[in-house]
Design a protein around this ligand. Structure first.
Ligand SMILES: Nc1ncnc2c1ncn2[C@@H]1O[C@H](COP(=O)(O)OP(=O)(O)OP(=O)(O)O)[C@@H](O)[C@H]1O
Ligand SMILES: [Mg+2]
Length: 379
């Protein structure tokens, strides 16, 4: 197993008009030995290209890739000792499951008894033995996916690379395979780099998550760090479903302390009327930003219907309920409050219905603040 280090890794393509397109831009990342790192981000942000660069399927424009302390930029893919699992499985249709599993080892001239030993070991982990004689066309999607993973395991690579391996599966099977992959990682104690645009997969599988946008790394952190301390507005909006509620405004100071005042356009409705007291724990950090345009972020669970017990000094906010979405274990209330709804996560026994005017309490101690100018987290 191995550490994988990317330094200033850049890959450009030439666009339709001959312009330079940065698929991956100056990416720096150290994946520790045995770590499970997930690359996540919207379509086209450079996830697959990063993985393909590590595998050697693309040549880096600049920067270095180091696997197990060896710079591999000039090393052939087959000699990099990494195994990649693709979204479309890429099984050989005319070979049986056993032959598919054995094929890569055969090519590498691994002795037959060793091939058999490794294939059986991988098959035992993935429960593939009953399928050995089948052709891929006689397998379900989940079974094909297991064969594709098995093919990577028999290689005993230094690192596993997964490119959206579950995205062709239905939701239930996806959840199941996700668990299987987490167990597999524990069992093999292998270095794994996993690409997805599904944030649930990212949050549940990753020891750490790399959020990418436009070829650039936005933040590298553990799942909970990303959720609780997003480095910028992009990460704040991307991680978490329903997404964080955002309010544009300015920071003001008066004798009582710091305030966030929503600004703008009355068309923004209730969103524009918010005046919220900055919690004591944020005051010192926000002091340098007084007078500046900021964005206040509040997660849906940090808003709650205000009731009789709500103290007078609490920050509240009123808006009409537009939509009630019962999810079973919880309910999402969508409030009409300007351009985007404000979403609140509440207990499923809520009695709120569409059309009600609802007063909400904001938990300001859990608020997030970002610079309006560049989206960076304040303090
Ligand atoms: N061979 C190529 N030629 C030109 N542009 C390319 C090529 N491969 C990728 N790109 C561009 O590089 C960018 C990153 O692509 P990449 O496939 O890495 O994205 P991704 O994050 O994997 O997206 P998705 O979630 O849709 O799979 C995109 O803008 C894409 O159009
Ligand atoms: Mg991709």
């Amino acid at each position: 197993m191995a550490r994988v280090v990317l330094e200033q890794l850049t890959k450009t393509f030439s666009g339709a008009k001959g312009e330079t397109v940065y698929a991956v831009k100056e990416v720096c990342l150290t994946v520790a030995d045995q770590e499970f790192v997930v690359l996540v981000g919207p379509s086209g942000c450079g996830k697959s290209t990063t993985l393909r660069l590590i595998a050697g399927l693309e040549e880096a424009t600049s920067g270095t890739i180091t696997i197990d302390e060896r710079v591999v930029n000039r090393v052939e893919p087959k000699d990099r000792d990494v195994a990649m699992v693709f979204q479309n499985y890429a099984l050989y249709p005319h070979l049986t499951v056993y032959e598919n599993l054995a094929f890569g080892l055969k090519l590498r001239k691994v002795p037959k008894p060793e091939i058999e030993r490794r294939v059986r070991a991988a098959a035992a982990i993935l429960d593939l033995e009953p399928l050995f004689e089948r052709l891929p066309r006689a397998l379900s999607g989940g079974q094909r996916q297991r064969v594709a993973v098995g093919r990577a395991i028999v290689r005993q690579p230094k690192a596993f690379l997964f490119d959206e391996p579950l995205s062709n599966l239905d939701a239930q099977l996806r959840g199941q395979m996700r668990l299987e992959l987490a167990k597999l990682h524990r069992r093999l104690a292998a270095t794994m780099i996993y690409v997805t645009h599904d944030q649930v997969e990212a949050m549940t599988l990753g020891d750490r998550i790399v959020v990418m946008k436009d070829g650039c790394v936005q933040q590298v952190a553990t799942p909970l760090e990303l959720y609780h301390r997003p480095a910028n507005l992009f990460v704040a909006g991307f991680i978490g479903a329903p997404a964080m509620n955002l309010f544009r405004g300015t920071l003001e100071a008066d004798a009582q302390g710091l305030w966030f005042r929503a600004q703008g356009d009355p068309a923004a409705g209730a969103r524009a009327t918010l005046r919220a007291r900055v919690a004591p724990e944020h005051t010192a950090g926000l002091q340098p930003h007084v007078g500046l345009a900021v964005v206040l972020g509040v997660r849906p669970e940090d808003l709650a219907p205000a009731g009789e017990g709500t103290p007078a000094e609490a920050t509240t906010f009123s808006a009409p309920v537009e939509l009630v979405e019962p999810m079973g274990a919880e309910t999402y209330l969508h409030l009409a409050a300007g351009a985007a709804p404000v979403v609140v996560r509440v207990q499923p026994d809520t009695r709120a219905t569409a059309g009600d005017a609802l007063r909400l309490r904001l938990d300001m101690a859990r608020a997030h603040y970002f610079h309006a100018a560049d989206g960076r987290r304040c303090a």
